[in-house]
Design a protein around this ligand. Structure first.
Ligand code: ADP
Length: 253
């Protein structure tokens, strides 16, 4: 098995007297796409923001690529890439200006066009952020996570609100990034997405991890327990119909 790139041990986060994260343990392996799933309020963002060094923890231990969060948070910052919510960009700047701005924050000299190529947005180089579609904005925000050549990127619901073609396009992009050696941590509310994209998922509820496994194994375990879907499933879904009729090609995405 490959090396542990994130180790979370007995992590607790209290907000005043409310326990948002209740002593969770998990590891992420190098080169994985690891999904953190759970209902709203489960504690996903709190957990990720602690690992990302953006939020303090109450207790427990977090090690990222062998670096202890308590002693060297700045070293962790240097090896991770974090996706901003789409509201975090200056709407009036174009993509090149935004990439240069981010590179400046990381103290890096970059060729912004190379980063636009990675996410297939070279033709939008001079477009303003606010002029892009939802899918283009998401692709761009993924490009910004790659600027410091991170070992790990964190993606927070990267496909929410996108049409089926744009979602599939983003899945391919995320797989490409992983195939080039970057570990990916992702949150999503789309279980079909977690099933096709994630090597392993942790399901978190009420601040506790209630399952951690490959999607395949979780499904097999449920079936083995005697679970059956209430009605026989058709061999295709409405989403299959939609993709079949409209094709895989991106529109404005
Ligand atoms: P998720 O990302 O799974 O939706 P969060 O980590 O955002 O969950 O929140 C977990 C719980 O902690 C929720 O009940 C939320 O209301 C609470 N919470 C999150 N941030 C704060 C905060 N800054 N102050 C108080 N409570 C918070």
């Amino acid at each position: 098995m490959s090396k542990k790139i994130i180790e979370v041990k007995n992590l607790v986060k209290n907000y005043a007297d409310f326990e948002a994260v209740k002593g969770i343990n998990f590891d992420v392996f190098e080169g994985e796409i690891f999904g953190l799933l759970g209902p709203n309020g489960a504690g996903k963002s709190t957990t990720l923001e602690i690992i990302e060094t953006l939020r303090s923890k109450t207790s427990g231990e977090v090690i990222v690529d062998g670096i202890n969060l308590d002693t060297h948070p700045n070293k962790i910052k240097q090896i991770i890439g974090v996706q901003l919510q789409t509201s975090g960009y200056y709407p009036g700047l174009n993509l090149i200006e935004l990439l240069n701005l981010f590179a400046g924050l990381y103290n890096q000299e970059i060729d912004p066009y190379l980063f636009l190529d990675k996410v297939n947005l070279r033709d939008k180089a001079k477009s303003k952020y606010k002029e892009m579609s939802g899918g283009q904005k998401q692709r761009f925000s993924i490009a910004t996570t790659l600027i410091n050549q991170p070992k790990i990127i964190f993606l927070d619901e990267p496909t929410t609100g996108l049409d089926p073609q744009a979602r599939r396009n983003l899945w391919d992009l995320i797989k490409d990034i992983r195939n080039q050696g970057t570990t990916v941590i992702i949150t999503t509310h789309y279980m079909d997405e977690a099933e096709v994209l994630c090597d392993r998922v942790a399901i978190i509820d009420n601040g506790k991890i209630i399952a951690i496994e490959t999607p395949d194994k979780l499904i097999d375990n449920l079936v083995a327990s005697g679970f059956e879907r209430p009605k026989e499933l058709k061999k295709a879904s409405l989403e299959d119909v939609f993709i079949q009729l409209t094709g895989h090609d991106l529109r404005a995405d």
